[in-house]
Design a protein around this ligand. Structure first.
Ligand SMILES: [Zn+2]
Length: 124
C-alpha cells in the first residue's frame, strides 16, 4: 500500500516512475520519450495512455458532479448559472489535468507492472 501511495504521489509530482527525479514533461502537452537520467521508457506501446484518458474522464466527472451539488447546496444558484459553469469546467479541467492523468497512469502502471528492463526487477 505504501508503494502505491508513493506511486500516486510521484505521479502528482509529474516525475519519472523509476528514478523519481526527472520531470516527465518538457512542455504543457509534450512528454519525453524516455527519462534522460535512468532511461525508463515513458510510452511502452501504441495506445499505452488510454488508461490516462479514463483517469482524466473520471476526475472530470467527479469534479463536475460534486461541484454541481456542492454549489447547489451552498449557494443555490439558478440552473442557468449552473449550466454555464459546469460545462465550462468540463472542458477546461481535462486540459489542465492532462499531464497529471498521464503521469498518474504511468506511475501506477510502473508500480503494478514495471517494464522488463526496470532496475527494480533486476534487483530481485
Ligand atoms: Zn528516470
Amino acid at each position: 500500500m505504501k508503494g502505491l501511495l508513493r506511486a500516486v504521489w510521484n505521479g502528482l509530482l509529474l516525475r519519472c516512475p523509476e528514478c523519481r527525479r526527472e520531470a516527465l514533461f518538457t512542455g504543457p502537452f509534450r512528454m519525453r520519450p524516455a527519462c534522460p537520467r535512468c532511461g525508463c521508457p515513458v510510452e511502452r506501446e501504441a495506445g499505452y495512455f488510454i488508461g490516462a484518458i479514463y483517469i482524466n474522464y473520471a476526475a472530470t466527472v467527479a469534479l463536475c458532479l460534486s461541484g454541481f451539488f456542492a454549489l447547489d447546496w451552498l449557494a443555490a444558484p439558478s440552473l442557468a448559472v449552473q449550466l454555464t459553469i459546469w460545462p465550462a469546467v468540463g472542458v477546461a479541467f481535462p486540459l489542465y489535468f492532462f499531464r497529471y492523468a498521464r503521469s498518474l497512469w504511468l506511475n501506477v502502471d510502473h508500480f503494478v507492472s514495471p517494464p522488463p528492463a526496470s532496475p527494480r526487477l533486476r534487483r530481485s
